[in-house]
Design a protein around this ligand. Structure first.
Ligand SMILES: Cc1cc2nc3c(=O)[nH]c(=O)nc-3n(C[C@H](O)[C@H](O)[C@H](O)COP(=O)(O)OP(=O)(O)OC[C@H]3O[C@@H](n4cnc5c(N)ncnc54)[C@H](O)[C@@H]3O)c2cc1C
Length: 424
């Protein structure tokens, strides 16, 4: 059983990006802080594994998006972590089956992307009611399933037909993507170094009606004057922590309106020097038929011998439910489709496979808003009990929701609001 420190001023629940940011903010202001974390590690949905493939592999967050405003960029630089400009290094290639596109096909795909993005912009800003991302995008033609697959299943982690256009547009990222050399999870873990985190300490009940909040779990009981709760919206909706009194109905509804989508990732180590004629930092996609899942594939980042495949939305949920072997077989078949059956001989057995949907501490990957519910993020971020209870996490951010940067920003904001309550 973990040893509990003395009761703090501020209790933070969850040691993902939002919780780490909230704790650092309050500690820097001189408050006594404790972070209770359910898992046996920090970082939440940002975790780098170096053991399985013998090189850093991010099972969750990988890119620092929107570098110009991402709060993690200066923090990484201050730690001396090398950030690579992914946009400059990335080499994109699209295929039909195993062959590269002709110049005409390439131009048609690029034109279809430009048109879909323009329609999203127009539809999201026309003053009309919210609708689905698929409707707003109105993609047609042979490339429509690939573009919907990217914007929906991969970027939103859910089918474009279920995603709010207004929320998608409000959180569309402006580019400037950075890859931290040792992995994003490793960077987030470094940002938690020295923080008063109690691991293996899941909170099961939070009483927040009195002057002091009381958190309970297998670790015992901890009291604090203010609390920042950073668990994913999926767990708020499932009432995985019993709030006493219950969260206001509007807040609970907002959590239901921000479900976490699904993505499953598989990383393969490539033996020998085989690179399929591709340069480092390659990204390969292909024409898919309607209903066929799109697999995003990143190959040889930093020149490392690794292929990372990920699929999102309903296909991800179905594959993950079938288990790791099914995920690996599906991704291997995709690699064979793109590079020929011989390519499979180069793959070292035993890929690394993520399991975010099965994981009881996430139950999904990142939040999207249901159609007509784009306001849910603001509702979730609203302080409760005069700021003595604040919810934070990627789902509560507006502008960078779904990302580590958004989670971090929300944690800083919630930490400040809780400190204001402590001062009052
Ligand atoms: C496959 C995948 C790819 C992604 N790619 C990117 C990317 O490239 N770039 C990017 O910016 N973002 C990406 N994301 C999203 C990003 O990882 C998340 O938005 C971000 O990490 C969320 O941080 P958070 O603090 O809000 O939540 P979390 O990281 O989920 O932290 C919440 C913490 O609360 C803990 N917890 C839960 N319940 C309890 C409880 N009862 N008691 C105590 N602790 C509890 C959890 O264990 C967890 O540590 C990706 C995510 C996934 C899964």
């Amino acid at each position: 059983m973990p040893r509990l420190p003395a009761d703090p001023d501020l209790l933070v629940i969850g040691a993902g990006a939002a919780g780490i940011a909230a704790a650092r903010t309050a500690l820097e202001a001189g408050h006594r802080v404790v972070v209770l974390e359910a898992r046996g590690r920090v970082g939440g949905r940002a975790v780098t594994d170096t053991a399985r493939l013998g090189l850093p592999y991010d099972l969750g967050a990988t890119w620092l998006h929107q570098a110009a405003t991402n709060p993690l960029v200066p923090l990484a630089q201050a730690l001396g972590v090398t950030l690579h400009d992914s946009d400059a290094l990335r080499r994109e290639r699209s295929q039909v089956g195993a062959r590269a596109l002709t110049a005409e096909e390439d131009a048609a795909y690029a034109a279809a992307w430009t048109a879909a993005e323009a329609r999203i912009e127009a539809a999201a800003t026309d003053g009309g009611p919210d609708r689905s991302l698929a409707e707003g995008m109105g993609a047609t033609g042979p490339w429509a399933p690939a573009i919907e697959g990217w914007q929906g299943d991969i970027i939103s982690a859910a089918p474009a037909g279920r995603v709010s256009l207004h929320d998608f547009h409000a959180n569309a990222l402006e580019g400037g993507n950075r890859l931290p050399e040792g992995g994003f999870g490793a960077l987030v873990a470094r940002l938690a170094e020295g923080l008063p985190v109690v691991l293996d300490a899941p909170v099961t009940r939070l009483a927040w009606g009195g002057r002091q909040a009381v958190a309970e779990g297998p670790f015992g009981t901890l009291r604090a004057r203010a609390v920042v709760v950073t668990i994913p919206a999926s767990l708020l909706a499932a009432e995985a922590i019993r709030f006493d009194p219950p969260l206001p109905a509007a807040v609970l509804q907002a959590a239901h309106d921000l479900p976490l989508g699904q993505v499953v990732k598989a990383g393969f180590r490539v033996a020998g020097g085989e690179r399929f004629g591709l340069p480092p930092f390659s990204s390969v996609d292909r024409l898919v038929a309607p209903g066929e899942p799109l697999v995003a594939m990143s190959l040889f980042p930093f020149g490392r011998p690794v292929i990372s495949c990920h699929v999102g939305g309903d296909a991800a949920a179905a594959l993950e439910a079938e288990g790791d072997a099914a995920v690996a077989a599906f991704m291997r078949a995709e690699i064979a489709t793109r590079f020929g059956a011989d390519a499979l001989r180069c793959l070292v057995p035993g890929p690394i496979v993520s399991e975010w949907g099965r994981d009881p501490w996430s139950r999904g990957v990142y939040s999207y808003a249901r159609i007509g519910r784009a306001a849910a993020r603001a509702i979730l971020a609203e302080p409760l009990a005069d700021g003595r209870l604040c919810l934070a996490g990627e789902a509560t951010d507006q502008g960078m929701a779904g990302t580590v940067g958004g989670a971090w920003r929300s944690g800083v904001g919630a930490g400040r609001r809780a400190m204001a309550a402590l001062a009052g």
